[in-house]
Design a binder for this molecule. Structure first.
Ligand code: SF4
Length: 729
């Protein structure tokens, strides 16, 4: 009997709707008791993947965000469910460094002992938890509760710190609330003008491009990117504008755009007077950023800056204008200020809080939105509440049935948590969930050294990721098509994930694992392993918070009802935020003046044969995040099998680099060796590396773990590197 399930893609925040069909009905994903063979390399793992046909067929399903479309990652997503390299039993690392299967009882006993021993010797905070933006809402919620109550540690944070933290902080600062898109994605369809900064949706989430078509047809697309990315090319070919600033100058460019809006009388003065505060300070802050000066600082021609500002203002007076930011402008040590500058520009134009214009940030990870709402952030309790807020603590103490003082205070943001690994007052025992931090973290060499210095590392994963390979104990967990739950997409819309397949006999849900460990640790409160029961608790926990889910339940999601938070009991949800008021007391948006800061001086280039250049990192069409999953899909790996450093032909010629030749890209933190790809699409002083690949091709060996003082965002998009040809033969 054919079995099908309507669900959503396991990868990015667009959460494209898909139907999974299992011609054979419910089928075990693999033989119980089979022992996985850790892949020697990504290529070997991909070769393994060709051994079995996927158990499920994937088809795109009509839904407002994807309208039946999927990208190649989505089309091939079922390949991994019965991948031969999958971890299907707990694996314990022996003294010889080899992982061998053990039973669940022994595995849980080992974890319990490690936690108790570590905390007896070093204190509660010596145990840490690192979560992920791919966890369902239920798991993200339970992970925060498990860390704070069962482990009693303050040290929990997650990989969203590397993803959305700058934009989230800027949104809270300006609007009093952070929801990636405060409007349905389909609102973009009728816009006259859309400006995207640091976002390459044509490669990262291709079905999104449908929503740009109307503005493109009107010549109203604008892209800001140091590379002529696929999105920039799509824009320019449609008569739109591509601004190609030097890396690290986005904030300056935004100040220049605001300068033009103010000085050419294009600001929406009625909106500013009625709905914002801080205008005068912003005017003063942009006065010194006139277009010709901004041209000299950013490399973007002054006339192009003026033309962009005029098109944004013109669009706002016609079909509507939108400003959208992505990781390219947010993943900086001044990421919060840069996103703030983009919001200030949108407020000058009167875009937010309108039915036909707006500002938004494009969330990246599958549950990047929900993942930052339910308490796995170091400074946060469920419902997007501050952990230092007495009222929030009292509320959660009531929901959890514990004394308020037993809930720990704020912990360490992700970079600081990782820097503390193995340190005297740092984390000695670490739990990792849904993250491949050995590849995805800044200064990855230092992170790997930190992982190796731990007393005990437990990693929950379904593959032998580069982080799992470092673990003392690997706990095998379910994949997306084997579990029930909810995720919240980039619009703040809560969606149902549905099971289409029985998991392998040896794999367990993280909810099951946390429930068993909480019991063994004699933790206070309750820890259900049933997703719907956890969601019911999450409803109570979130009630009254910013991200209020209290009016949402599984039944309404199963009926296909649209559920945008905040969705208090008795309401119909909130597809569009801020129509009447912003979330700050008084209802006004806050404009905060921001200016560029001087960055740390990088180490001097010690290699006379190498040229100092600026490295930017990003994603490719075929791969997702650290590539732990997509590098195991043979169709994807065959198309993009390795990292290549993109470099302008003129820069390449100056240091003797030819197409396809091996290059060394190095700095004081490490070295990458990979092939060169010559392209006029990139600025001459800049090189690009994708960050999906491990070991010698790992771009994050070069990125700096310096952080934005407000959000904790690391510097991913502006790192000095020394580039040279690698001698062959
Ligand atoms: Fe999946 Fe994102 Fe591709 Fe859609 S765009 S199919 S959600 S990876």
């Amino acid at each position: 009997m054919t079995k099908s399930a309507d669900t959503h893609c396991p990868y990015c925040a667009l959460q494209c709707a898909m139907t999974l069909t299992s011609p054979a009905g419910l089928t075990p994903a693999s033989e119980p008791g089979s022992v996985p063979v850790p892949a020697e390399s990504a290529a070997l793992a991909a070769a393994d993947a060709t051994l079995k046909a996927p158990l499920l067929e994937v088809s795109g399903r009509d839904f407002p965000t994807n309208r039946g479309g999927l990208c190649r990652k989505g089309w091939t997503s079922a390949t991994l469910l019965n991948h031969p390299g999958r971890v299907t039993e707990p694996l314990l690392k022996g003294a010889d460094g080899v992982h061998r299967p053990i039973g669940w009882d022994q595995a849980l006993a080992l974890v319990t002992t490690a936690v108790k021993d570590t905390q007896a010797r070093y204190g509660k905070d010596a145990v840490g938890v690192f979560g992920g933006g791919g966890l369902t809402n239920e798991k993200a919620y339970m992970l925060g509760k498990f860390a704070r109550l069962a482990l009693g540690t303050s040290r929990i944070d997650y990989n969203g710190r590397f993803c959305m933290s700058s934009a989230a902080a800027a949104g809270m600062r300006a609007f009093g609330l952070d929801r990636g898109l405060p409007f349905p994605l389909t609102d973009l369809d009728s816009a006259s003008t859309i400006m995207m900064l640091g976002s390459n949706v044509a490669e990262t989430m291709p079905p999104f491009v449908q929503h740009l078509q109307g503005a493109r047809d009107a010549g109203g697309l604008i892209v800001v990117d140091p590379r002529r990315s696929a999105t920039a090319k799509f824009t320019a070919d449609g008569g739109g504008l591509h601004l190609q600033p030097m890396p690290g100058t986005d904030l300056t460019l935004l100040l220049g755009l605001s300068h033009v809006i103010i000085h050419e009388g294009l600001a929406d003065e009625d909106f500013i007077a009625a709905r914002t505060t801080g205008y005068e300070a912003v005017v003063r802050s942009v006065n010194s950023f006139w277009p010709e000066r901004v041209q000299s600082l950013t490399g973007v021609p002054a006339e192009l800056i003026r033309e962009t500002a005029r098109r944004l203002a013109d669009g706002a007076s016609k079909g509507g204008s939108y400003i959208l930011t992505g990781r390219g402008v947010e993943q900086h040590v001044d990421g919060t200020d840069t996103a703030t500058a983009a919001i200030n520009l949108s407020l000058l134009l009167g875009l937010p809080g309108s039915r036909r214009s707006g500002y938004g940030t494009l969330t990246g990870q599958g549950n990047g939105q929900g993942g930052r709402e339910h308490g796995q952030k170091a400074d946060q309790l469920p419902g997007y509440r501050k952990i230092t807020d007495p009222a929030a603590r009292a509320h959660m103490a009531g929901v959890w049935g514990v004394p308020e003082e037993t809930i720990p205070g704020p912990g360490l943001p992700a970079v600081q948590l990782l820097k503390s690994l193995g340190q005297p007052d740092g984390v000695r025992c670490l739990f990792v969930h849904a993250s491949n931090i050995a590849v995805a973290s800044p200064d990855a060499n230092a992170v790997i050294a930190g992982l190796r210095s731990l007393d005990f590392l437990v990693v929950c994963d379904f593959f032998m990721s580069e982080t799992a390979a470092e673990a003392d104990l690997i706990l095998p967990v379910l994949q997306w098509a084997e579990e029930e739950g909810t995720l919240t997409n980039l619009e703040g819309r809560v969606l149902r994930r549905r099971r289409a397949l029985q998991p392998p006999a040896g794999a367990r849900s993280e909810l099951w694992i946390m429930a068993r460990l909480a019991q063994a640790l004699e933790a206070p409160s309750t820890y259900s392993e049933d997703p719907e029961t956890v969601f019911e608790e999450l409803r109570l926990a979130s009630a009254g918070g910013h991200a209020d889910y209290s009016g949402i339940d599984y039944a309404m999601l199963d009926r296909g009802e649209a559920a945008y938070w905040p969705y208090p009991v008795g309401s119909t949800g909130t597809p569009r935020l801020f129509l009447d008021a912003f979330a700050h007391a008084g209802g006004k948006a806050v404009m905060t003046p921001v200016t560029p800061r001087r960055r740390r001086t990088p180490a001097a280039n010690p290699d006379p044969a190498a040229k100092t250049m600026t490295l930017i990192t990003g994603r490719l069409l075929e791969h997702y995040q650290s590539g732990a999953q997509t590098r195991r899909v043979s169709e994807l790996l065959a198309s993009q099998p390795e990292a290549k450093m993109q470099i302008h032909p003129a820069a390449a010629a100056a240091i003797g680099i030819t197409e396809g030749a091996f290059v060394s890209v190095a700095n004081e933190r490490g070295e990458v060796v990979c092939r060169a790809e010559l392209s006029t699409a990139i600025r001459p002083e800049t090189v690009f590396l994708p960050f999906h690949f491990p070991e010698l091709e790992s771009a994050n060996r070069l990125t700096e773990a310096a952080t934005d003082p407000i959000s904790g965002m690391p510097e991913f998009k502006f790192n000095k590197v020394w580039v040279r040809a690698v001698a062959t033969g």
